[in-house]
Design a protein around this ligand. Structure first.
Ligand SMILES: Cc1ncc(COP(=O)(O)O)c(C=O)c1O
Length: 367
Protein backbone atom coordinates (compact mmCIF):
# COMPACT_ATOMS: atom_id res chain seq x y z
CA UNK A 1 0.00 0.00 0.00
CA UNK A 2 2.88 2.32 0.88
CA UNK A 3 4.34 1.85 -2.60
CA UNK A 4 0.98 2.66 -4.17
CA UNK A 5 0.70 5.89 -2.22
CA UNK A 6 4.27 6.88 -3.06
CA UNK A 7 3.77 6.08 -6.70
CA UNK A 8 0.56 8.18 -6.84
CA UNK A 9 2.36 11.07 -5.13
CA UNK A 10 5.07 10.88 -7.78
CA UNK A 11 2.47 10.98 -10.56
CA UNK A 12 0.86 14.00 -8.89
CA UNK A 13 4.20 15.84 -8.71
CA UNK A 14 4.77 15.13 -12.40
CA UNK A 15 1.31 16.47 -13.38
CA UNK A 16 0.35 12.98 -14.53
CA UNK A 17 -2.65 12.08 -12.38
CA UNK A 18 -5.58 10.76 -14.43
CA UNK A 19 -9.14 10.86 -13.21
CA UNK A 20 -12.36 9.27 -14.33
CA UNK A 21 -14.86 11.95 -15.18
CA UNK A 22 -18.53 11.67 -15.93
CA UNK A 23 -19.38 12.79 -19.43
CA UNK A 24 -22.89 14.10 -19.42
CA UNK A 25 -22.97 15.35 -22.98
CA UNK A 26 -23.03 19.05 -22.14
CA UNK A 27 -19.71 19.75 -23.87
CA UNK A 28 -18.89 20.33 -27.49
CA UNK A 29 -16.90 17.10 -27.75
CA UNK A 30 -13.53 17.24 -29.51
CA UNK A 31 -12.25 14.10 -27.78
CA UNK A 32 -14.55 11.44 -29.17
CA UNK A 33 -13.55 8.71 -31.63
CA UNK A 34 -17.13 8.48 -32.88
CA UNK A 35 -15.85 10.16 -36.06
CA UNK A 36 -18.95 9.64 -38.20
CA UNK A 37 -21.36 10.10 -35.25
CA UNK A 38 -22.76 6.66 -36.04
CA UNK A 39 -23.17 5.65 -32.39
CA UNK A 40 -26.33 7.77 -32.29
CA UNK A 41 -27.51 7.13 -35.86
CA UNK A 42 -31.16 5.92 -35.88
CA UNK A 43 -30.42 2.90 -38.10
CA UNK A 44 -27.45 1.79 -35.95
CA UNK A 45 -29.58 2.04 -32.79
CA UNK A 46 -32.47 0.22 -34.52
CA UNK A 47 -30.21 -2.68 -35.54
CA UNK A 48 -28.92 -2.98 -31.95
CA UNK A 49 -32.46 -3.01 -30.53
CA UNK A 50 -33.64 -5.59 -33.07
CA UNK A 51 -30.66 -7.81 -32.14
CA UNK A 52 -31.50 -7.64 -28.44
CA UNK A 53 -35.12 -8.56 -29.24
CA UNK A 54 -34.01 -11.54 -31.32
CA UNK A 55 -30.88 -12.80 -29.52
CA UNK A 56 -31.01 -11.30 -26.01
CA UNK A 57 -28.31 -9.24 -24.37
CA UNK A 58 -25.37 -11.66 -24.23
CA UNK A 59 -23.78 -14.22 -26.56
CA UNK A 60 -23.86 -16.67 -23.67
CA UNK A 61 -20.45 -18.20 -24.19
CA UNK A 62 -17.25 -18.37 -26.16
CA UNK A 63 -17.68 -18.49 -29.93
CA UNK A 64 -16.20 -22.00 -29.85
CA UNK A 65 -18.72 -23.16 -27.25
CA UNK A 66 -22.32 -21.98 -27.69
CA UNK A 67 -21.72 -18.28 -28.39
CA UNK A 68 -21.30 -18.23 -32.19
CA UNK A 69 -24.21 -16.24 -33.60
CA UNK A 70 -25.24 -15.74 -37.23
CA UNK A 71 -24.69 -12.01 -36.54
CA UNK A 72 -20.98 -12.61 -35.86
CA UNK A 73 -20.49 -14.41 -39.14
CA UNK A 74 -22.50 -11.83 -41.06
CA UNK A 75 -20.36 -9.07 -39.55
CA UNK A 76 -17.15 -10.93 -40.44
CA UNK A 77 -18.28 -11.20 -44.06
CA UNK A 78 -19.01 -7.47 -44.22
CA UNK A 79 -15.69 -6.54 -42.55
CA UNK A 80 -13.78 -8.70 -45.04
CA UNK A 81 -15.63 -7.00 -47.87
CA UNK A 82 -15.04 -3.43 -46.71
CA UNK A 83 -11.32 -3.99 -46.03
CA UNK A 84 -10.84 -5.96 -49.27
CA UNK A 85 -9.49 -9.00 -47.39
CA UNK A 86 -10.42 -12.64 -47.81
CA UNK A 87 -11.96 -13.16 -44.37
CA UNK A 88 -12.29 -11.54 -40.96
CA UNK A 89 -12.58 -12.64 -37.34
CA UNK A 90 -14.36 -10.59 -34.68
CA UNK A 91 -12.79 -10.20 -31.22
CA UNK A 92 -14.04 -8.65 -27.97
CA UNK A 93 -12.25 -5.33 -28.60
CA UNK A 94 -9.50 -3.78 -30.69
CA UNK A 95 -7.12 -4.21 -27.74
CA UNK A 96 -7.92 -7.92 -27.48
CA UNK A 97 -7.50 -8.28 -31.24
CA UNK A 98 -3.96 -6.92 -31.25
CA UNK A 99 -3.02 -8.93 -28.17
CA UNK A 100 -4.55 -12.07 -29.64
CA UNK A 101 -3.06 -11.72 -33.11
CA UNK A 102 0.52 -10.98 -32.06
CA UNK A 103 0.69 -13.56 -29.29
CA UNK A 104 -0.83 -16.29 -31.48
CA UNK A 105 1.14 -15.73 -34.65
CA UNK A 106 4.67 -15.29 -33.35
CA UNK A 107 6.82 -17.87 -31.61
CA UNK A 108 10.16 -17.83 -29.78
CA UNK A 109 12.95 -16.90 -32.20
CA UNK A 110 10.70 -14.62 -34.28
CA UNK A 111 11.31 -10.86 -34.39
CA UNK A 112 8.62 -8.17 -34.29
CA UNK A 113 9.63 -4.80 -35.72
CA UNK A 114 7.29 -2.26 -34.20
CA UNK A 115 6.89 1.50 -34.73
CA UNK A 116 7.85 3.38 -31.56
CA UNK A 117 4.51 5.18 -31.48
CA UNK A 118 2.31 2.14 -32.04
CA UNK A 119 -0.81 1.85 -29.92
CA UNK A 120 -0.44 0.29 -26.46
CA UNK A 121 -2.32 -2.83 -27.56
CA UNK A 122 0.29 -3.56 -30.25
CA UNK A 123 3.12 -2.83 -27.81
CA UNK A 124 1.58 -5.11 -25.18
CA UNK A 125 0.75 -7.80 -27.74
CA UNK A 126 4.34 -7.79 -28.97
CA UNK A 127 5.84 -7.90 -25.49
CA UNK A 128 3.44 -10.64 -24.33
CA UNK A 129 4.47 -12.75 -27.33
CA UNK A 130 7.53 -15.00 -27.28
CA UNK A 131 9.17 -13.02 -30.08
CA UNK A 132 12.03 -10.53 -29.74
CA UNK A 133 10.74 -6.98 -30.15
CA UNK A 134 12.72 -4.30 -31.98
CA UNK A 135 11.26 -0.81 -32.07
CA UNK A 136 11.97 1.44 -35.04
CA UNK A 137 11.90 5.23 -35.03
CA UNK A 138 8.44 6.59 -35.74
CA UNK A 139 7.54 6.21 -39.45
CA UNK A 140 11.25 5.95 -40.26
CA UNK A 141 11.59 3.52 -43.16
CA UNK A 142 15.41 3.77 -43.24
CA UNK A 143 15.65 2.77 -39.58
CA UNK A 144 13.17 -0.07 -40.10
CA UNK A 145 15.05 -1.29 -43.13
CA UNK A 146 18.42 -1.12 -41.28
CA UNK A 147 17.02 -3.08 -38.33
CA UNK A 148 15.57 -5.76 -40.60
CA UNK A 149 18.66 -6.09 -42.78
CA UNK A 150 21.04 -6.27 -39.82
CA UNK A 151 18.95 -8.91 -38.07
CA UNK A 152 20.38 -12.36 -38.69
CA UNK A 153 17.98 -14.42 -36.62
CA UNK A 154 16.41 -17.29 -38.50
CA UNK A 155 12.85 -16.83 -37.21
CA UNK A 156 9.89 -15.22 -38.94
CA UNK A 157 10.00 -11.42 -39.08
CA UNK A 158 6.94 -9.26 -38.51
CA UNK A 159 6.40 -5.56 -39.21
CA UNK A 160 3.68 -4.04 -37.06
CA UNK A 161 2.31 -0.54 -37.47
CA UNK A 162 -0.75 1.65 -36.97
CA UNK A 163 -2.00 3.16 -40.24
CA UNK A 164 -3.25 6.36 -38.57
CA UNK A 165 -1.40 6.98 -35.29
CA UNK A 166 -3.87 7.69 -32.54
CA UNK A 167 -2.04 10.48 -30.73
CA UNK A 168 -0.35 12.22 -33.69
CA UNK A 169 -2.99 11.72 -36.36
CA UNK A 170 -0.18 11.11 -38.84
CA UNK A 171 -0.06 8.23 -41.34
CA UNK A 172 2.53 5.47 -41.69
CA UNK A 173 4.44 5.27 -45.00
CA UNK A 174 2.49 2.15 -45.88
CA UNK A 175 3.51 1.83 -49.53
CA UNK A 176 7.19 1.71 -48.56
CA UNK A 177 6.55 -0.50 -45.53
CA UNK A 178 4.55 -2.93 -47.67
CA UNK A 179 7.32 -3.04 -50.31
CA UNK A 180 9.92 -3.72 -47.63
CA UNK A 181 7.77 -6.39 -46.01
CA UNK A 182 7.43 -8.19 -49.33
CA UNK A 183 11.10 -7.94 -50.29
CA UNK A 184 12.30 -9.08 -46.83
CA UNK A 185 9.64 -11.75 -46.40
CA UNK A 186 8.09 -10.14 -43.32
CA UNK A 187 4.52 -10.66 -42.14
CA UNK A 188 2.87 -7.23 -42.21
CA UNK A 189 0.26 -6.36 -39.57
CA UNK A 190 -1.47 -2.99 -39.96
CA UNK A 191 -3.80 -1.57 -37.31
CA UNK A 192 -6.45 0.49 -39.13
CA UNK A 193 -8.43 1.38 -35.98
CA UNK A 194 -8.64 5.09 -36.80
CA UNK A 195 -8.90 4.68 -40.58
CA UNK A 196 -11.77 2.22 -41.05
CA UNK A 197 -14.91 4.11 -42.01
CA UNK A 198 -13.03 7.34 -42.62
CA UNK A 199 -10.39 6.66 -45.29
CA UNK A 200 -10.63 5.00 -48.69
CA UNK A 201 -14.40 4.60 -49.12
CA UNK A 202 -14.57 3.34 -45.56
CA UNK A 203 -12.16 0.43 -46.12
CA UNK A 204 -9.09 2.06 -44.59
CA UNK A 205 -5.77 3.27 -45.95
CA UNK A 206 -4.31 -0.05 -47.16
CA UNK A 207 -7.30 -0.62 -49.38
CA UNK A 208 -7.18 2.91 -50.73
CA UNK A 209 -3.48 2.47 -51.57
CA UNK A 210 -4.14 -0.89 -53.21
CA UNK A 211 -1.91 -2.83 -50.81
CA UNK A 212 -2.85 -6.05 -49.06
CA UNK A 213 -1.04 -6.63 -45.74
CA UNK A 214 -1.09 -10.08 -44.19
CA UNK A 215 -3.39 -8.90 -41.41
CA UNK A 216 -5.42 -5.76 -40.89
CA UNK A 217 -6.64 -5.22 -37.35
CA UNK A 218 -9.31 -2.76 -36.38
CA UNK A 219 -11.94 -1.74 -33.92
CA UNK A 220 -15.71 -1.42 -34.09
CA UNK A 221 -15.59 1.29 -31.43
CA UNK A 222 -14.46 4.34 -33.38
CA UNK A 223 -15.97 5.31 -36.75
CA UNK A 224 -18.31 2.28 -36.61
CA UNK A 225 -19.84 3.62 -33.38
CA UNK A 226 -20.08 0.29 -31.56
CA UNK A 227 -17.74 -1.93 -29.54
CA UNK A 228 -15.50 -4.85 -30.44
CA UNK A 229 -12.53 -5.51 -32.68
CA UNK A 230 -11.53 -7.58 -35.68
CA UNK A 231 -8.66 -9.06 -37.66
CA UNK A 232 -9.05 -9.25 -41.45
CA UNK A 233 -6.78 -11.83 -43.07
CA UNK A 234 -6.59 -14.96 -45.25
CA UNK A 235 -8.79 -17.98 -44.54
CA UNK A 236 -5.90 -20.14 -43.17
CA UNK A 237 -4.80 -17.31 -40.84
CA UNK A 238 -8.37 -16.95 -39.59
CA UNK A 239 -8.58 -20.67 -38.95
CA UNK A 240 -5.29 -20.53 -37.04
CA UNK A 241 -6.51 -17.60 -34.93
CA UNK A 242 -9.79 -19.40 -34.15
CA UNK A 243 -7.70 -22.26 -32.76
CA UNK A 244 -4.74 -20.49 -31.19
CA UNK A 245 -5.61 -16.92 -30.26
CA UNK A 246 -6.20 -16.95 -26.52
CA UNK A 247 -8.12 -13.67 -26.47
CA UNK A 248 -10.50 -15.20 -29.01
CA UNK A 249 -10.80 -18.71 -27.58
CA UNK A 250 -11.08 -17.98 -23.88
CA UNK A 251 -13.65 -15.21 -23.86
CA UNK A 252 -17.32 -14.68 -24.55
CA UNK A 253 -18.52 -13.78 -28.04
CA UNK A 254 -19.34 -10.15 -28.77
CA UNK A 255 -22.81 -9.16 -27.46
CA UNK A 256 -25.58 -9.19 -30.08
CA UNK A 257 -26.30 -5.46 -29.72
CA UNK A 258 -22.69 -4.42 -30.36
CA UNK A 259 -22.40 -6.85 -33.29
CA UNK A 260 -25.61 -5.65 -34.91
CA UNK A 261 -24.76 -1.98 -34.32
CA UNK A 262 -21.50 -2.47 -36.25
CA UNK A 263 -23.48 -4.21 -38.99
CA UNK A 264 -25.80 -1.19 -39.09
CA UNK A 265 -22.81 1.15 -39.43
CA UNK A 266 -21.44 -0.96 -42.30
CA UNK A 267 -24.89 -0.89 -43.94
CA UNK A 268 -24.73 2.92 -43.86
CA UNK A 269 -21.17 2.97 -45.21
CA UNK A 270 -22.18 0.58 -47.97
CA UNK A 271 -24.73 3.08 -49.24
CA UNK A 272 -22.55 6.17 -48.48
CA UNK A 273 -18.94 4.96 -48.78
CA UNK A 274 -17.35 8.40 -48.89
CA UNK A 275 -18.79 9.63 -45.58
CA UNK A 276 -15.26 10.29 -44.34
CA UNK A 277 -14.37 12.68 -47.14
CA UNK A 278 -16.08 15.85 -45.82
CA UNK A 279 -14.64 15.04 -42.39
CA UNK A 280 -11.10 14.81 -43.75
CA UNK A 281 -11.58 18.05 -45.71
CA UNK A 282 -12.80 19.85 -42.59
CA UNK A 283 -9.86 18.50 -40.58
CA UNK A 284 -7.45 19.70 -43.29
CA UNK A 285 -8.87 23.24 -43.12
CA UNK A 286 -8.64 23.23 -39.32
CA UNK A 287 -5.06 21.93 -39.38
CA UNK A 288 -3.91 24.32 -42.11
CA UNK A 289 -5.19 27.29 -40.13
CA UNK A 290 -3.41 26.03 -36.99
CA UNK A 291 -0.17 25.54 -38.92
CA UNK A 292 -0.43 29.04 -40.40
CA UNK A 293 -0.67 30.33 -36.84
CA UNK A 294 2.48 28.43 -35.89
CA UNK A 295 0.94 25.59 -33.85
CA UNK A 296 2.66 22.20 -33.98
CA UNK A 297 0.11 19.63 -35.16
CA UNK A 298 2.55 16.68 -35.08
CA UNK A 299 2.42 15.95 -38.85
CA UNK A 300 -1.26 15.11 -38.56
CA UNK A 301 -2.86 14.13 -41.84
CA UNK A 302 -6.20 12.80 -40.64
CA UNK A 303 -9.29 13.68 -38.60
CA UNK A 304 -7.10 13.59 -35.46
CA UNK A 305 -5.39 16.96 -35.02
CA UNK A 306 -3.21 17.34 -31.93
CA UNK A 307 -1.74 20.61 -30.77
CA UNK A 308 1.56 20.04 -29.03
CA UNK A 309 1.93 22.01 -25.80
CA UNK A 310 5.01 20.41 -24.19
CA UNK A 311 4.63 20.44 -20.40
CA UNK A 312 2.14 18.19 -18.61
CA UNK A 313 0.71 20.88 -16.31
CA UNK A 314 0.43 23.33 -19.18
CA UNK A 315 -1.60 20.82 -21.19
CA UNK A 316 -3.93 20.18 -18.24
CA UNK A 317 -4.40 23.91 -17.58
CA UNK A 318 -5.21 24.49 -21.25
CA UNK A 319 -7.66 21.59 -21.30
CA UNK A 320 -9.41 23.08 -18.23
CA UNK A 321 -9.71 26.46 -19.92
CA UNK A 322 -11.38 24.73 -22.89
CA UNK A 323 -13.75 23.04 -20.47
CA UNK A 324 -14.74 26.40 -19.01
CA UNK A 325 -15.61 27.47 -22.55
CA UNK A 326 -17.80 24.34 -22.94
CA UNK A 327 -15.36 22.34 -25.08
CA UNK A 328 -14.03 18.88 -24.27
CA UNK A 329 -10.43 18.55 -25.43
CA UNK A 330 -8.57 16.08 -23.27
CA UNK A 331 -4.90 16.63 -22.39
CA UNK A 332 -2.73 13.72 -23.55
CA UNK A 333 0.36 13.18 -21.41
CA UNK A 334 3.13 10.60 -20.93
CA UNK A 335 3.23 7.64 -21.00
CA UNK A 336 0.60 7.86 -23.76
CA UNK A 337 2.93 10.26 -25.61
CA UNK A 338 6.71 10.74 -25.21
CA UNK A 339 8.04 12.89 -22.34
CA UNK A 340 7.89 16.65 -23.06
CA UNK A 341 5.29 16.30 -25.83
CA UNK A 342 2.02 16.68 -23.89
CA UNK A 343 -0.76 17.89 -26.15
CA UNK A 344 -4.42 18.57 -26.61
CA UNK A 345 -5.81 16.04 -29.05
CA UNK A 346 -8.69 17.36 -31.14
CA UNK A 347 -10.62 14.70 -32.99
CA UNK A 348 -13.04 16.08 -35.52
CA UNK A 349 -16.33 14.41 -36.29
CA UNK A 350 -18.87 14.84 -39.09
CA UNK A 351 -21.15 16.87 -36.83
CA UNK A 352 -18.58 19.56 -36.00
CA UNK A 353 -19.15 22.74 -37.96
CA UNK A 354 -16.35 24.95 -39.25
CA UNK A 355 -17.56 27.50 -36.65
CA UNK A 356 -16.90 24.91 -33.92
CA UNK A 357 -13.39 24.42 -35.27
CA UNK A 358 -12.82 28.17 -35.44
CA UNK A 359 -13.92 28.50 -31.80
CA UNK A 360 -11.14 26.07 -30.87
CA UNK A 361 -8.64 28.12 -32.83
CA UNK A 362 -9.74 31.37 -31.12
CA UNK A 363 -9.28 29.77 -27.70
CA UNK A 364 -5.81 28.50 -28.63
CA UNK A 365 -4.87 31.95 -29.93
CA UNK A 366 -6.12 33.59 -26.74
CA UNK A 367 -3.96 31.30 -24.56
C1 LIG B 1 -4.60 2.30 -32.93
C2 LIG B 1 -5.51 1.65 -31.96
N1 LIG B 1 -5.60 0.31 -31.94
C3 LIG B 1 -6.40 -0.33 -31.08
C4 LIG B 1 -7.18 0.36 -30.18
C5 LIG B 1 -8.03 -0.40 -29.22
O1 LIG B 1 -9.34 -0.49 -29.69
P1 LIG B 1 -10.54 -0.79 -28.67
O2 LIG B 1 -10.94 0.51 -28.08
O3 LIG B 1 -11.59 -1.42 -29.52
O4 LIG B 1 -10.00 -1.73 -27.63
C6 LIG B 1 -7.14 1.77 -30.18
C7 LIG B 1 -7.93 2.62 -29.28
O5 LIG B 1 -8.57 2.39 -28.38
C8 LIG B 1 -6.27 2.41 -31.07
O6 LIG B 1 -6.17 3.74 -31.06
Amino acid sequence: MKTLIESMKKLENQGLIRELRLHTGEFLNFSTNDYLNLSSHPLVKKRAIEAVEQFGTGAGGSRLMAGNLSLHEELEEKLAKITGMETALVFGSGFLTNMGVLTALSVRGDVIFSDKLNHASLIDGASASRATVKRYRHCNIEHLSDLICSDNSSGQKFIVTDSVFSMNGDIAPLLEIHKLARSEDCILVVDEAHAIGVFGQGGGICKSLGIVPDIITGTLSKALGSYGGFAACTAPTREYLVNRSRSFVYTTGLPPAATAAALGALEILDSTPSMGLPLLNKAAQFRNRLNELGFDTCNSNSQIVPVKVGGNSKAVTLSKSFERAGILAVAIRPPTVPEGTARLRFSLTLSHSMEDAMQVISLLKAD
